[in-house]
Every structure is written in structure tokens, then in C-alpha cells.
Write a protein that binds this ligand. Sequence first.
Ligand code: DAK
Length: 259
Amino acid sequence: MNYEFILVESEYQPHIAIIRLNRPKELNALNLQLMLELKAALASLDEDDNVRCIIITGNQQAFAAGADIKQMESKTAIDLLKIDQFETWDQIRKTKKPIIAAVSGFALGGGCELAMTCDMIVASETAKFGQPEIKIGIMPGAGGTQRLTRAVGKALAMEMVLTGKFISAEEAMKAGLVNRVVAEELYLDEAVKLAKEVTQMSPISIRLAKESVLKAFDSGLQEGLYFERKNFYMCFASEDQKEGMQAFVEKRKPKFEGK
Ligand code: DAK
């Protein structure tokens, strides 16, 4: 598929794919087509057995400055209902492979929400996170009030959502929003390093483990524990489990095939 607003490399590094949001003049504002392209790219990479981890990034100036305000400005509630962009966001969230957001510059509104939809966030020291929707007369609509609150706690989330204030990468790190902060020239390398660690593991246990961690967000403890248990058993149906444990016993590196 030919994409207009994203660049996709399915073999950026062995087993690592990269998606670059690519509307630099608009600070990667997420218009409807970009989001559809992102959904399509993720679905295709999710199907590709060679891919074990996906990185989503922007450029040094912006990961994404939010949904495209110019495109949204004249929309009515009924237009939004008909467009049903939530379906796109829901599909993105259902990606089975792990996704790392490599964030530099602005991650605002839908951009911050997209980063939080990913499984881990590597930030450049110039990254700025925020939910400034309140300043344009709306509020977060793609999970910001829920994911941000779960990540950073009520006090900071409330302040960010009600005042639109941005936080720096360092603050985001302290608040638990991001996994690590590195110099601007290193953020992508660092994301690749993290992705490489993930790609060394069994793709089957990675998939089951991601699914189980995400379950913690939408279930009570007991339901989450049952879910984890089911996925734990499922690991023992894989050849990778045998290989991983045999390799440990034989004091060698495991070779995981995703079977
Ligand atoms: N939309 C459209 N264009 C944008 C944009 C955006 N979000 N952000 C920046 N741009 C454009 C600017 O208009 C400008 O274009 P030109 O004027 O050159 O044509 C260009 O990018 C460069 O921006 P600036 O000139 O403003 O650059 P500065 O460095 O001065 O400022 C800034 C950077 C990021 C602080 C500023 O651009 C800014 O405040 N941008 C808006 C940030 C914002 O409010 N973001 C939240 C948008 S609302 C949903 C899912 C998601 C959402 C909603 C629904 N559903 C599933 C239904 C999400 C909503 C949002 O994200």
C-alpha cells in the first residue's frame, strides 16, 4: 500500500519495523487519512511473521501535535459520529505486537494519546507531553483522561487536562509516563535498543504478556489474575517455552521461532 502521510519500513532492523508519522509542516497533526494509514500499516505489520516489535516515531520537532484542528474545526457531533474515528483508534489499540513510541518534540492531544496507546515510550529530552484540548474548547477524546490518569495519577492528570499545561520529558519520566529519557540525537537509537531486547524473546510469550499487562487496565484484580493465568498456561503450549527452558539448562542462548 502507498501511504501519503506515514513512512513504513518493515525491516528497519532485524525483526523491527518502524512507522514514521510524516506531516512535518503540520507538526505531524493527525488527520483522518494519516490515522487510517496508521491503522492499515499496523494491521499489516501485525500479520508479518518477520516483525516482532514496532516503533512509531515522528521527527525531532514533533511526534504529533494532536488531531488536525483545521480538519476538525467545522465538524458537527453527527459528522464525528458518522466518521467514527474511534473504530480506527480501537483497531490501533488492538495491535498484538509490542509498540514503542519514540517521542521527540511535541506529543500533544491525540499525539500524547497515541504515544500512550503504545506499550512503551522512549523520550528525547526535548519531548513535551500535554493534553491541551481544553484550550480549544474540547477535551481529550482518544483515551487521554483515562490513560494519562492511570499513568501519572489524578493530581497531575487533572492539572494537565484542566489547564492544558505541557510537561517536559524529565517530568514525564518522574511521573511514570515514559520509560526513559535520552539526548535528542539518541532517542531513536534508544528505542531500537529497547525493541532489540524485546525481539530476543519468544514472540508468543511477548504477545501473551502484552495482552495480560493491558488487561490490568480494563479489569478488576481477580479477573486480571485469571486472565494472566490462562495466558501463562498458554505459554506452555509453545515450542519457544521448551526451547527457552532447555537453553537455560544447557547454558546457551535460546533461539525463539515464534512457534
Ligand atoms: N492541527 C492542525 N495544524 C496544526 C496542529 C494541529 N493540532 N498543530 C500545529 N499545526 C500547524 C500550525 O497550524 C502551523 O501551520 P501553518 O500555520 O504554518 O500553516 C504549523 O503546524 C506549525 O505550528 P505553529 O506555527 O503553531 O508552531 P509553534 O512552534 O509556534 O507551536 C504548538 C507549536 C504545538 C505549541 C502549536 O502548534 C499548537 O498549540 N498546536 C496545537 C496543539 C493542540 O491543541 N493539540 C490538540 C489538538 S485536539 C478523536 C481522537 C483524537 C482527538 C479527538 C478525537 N476521536 C477518536 C474522535 C484529539 C484531539 C486533539 O488532539
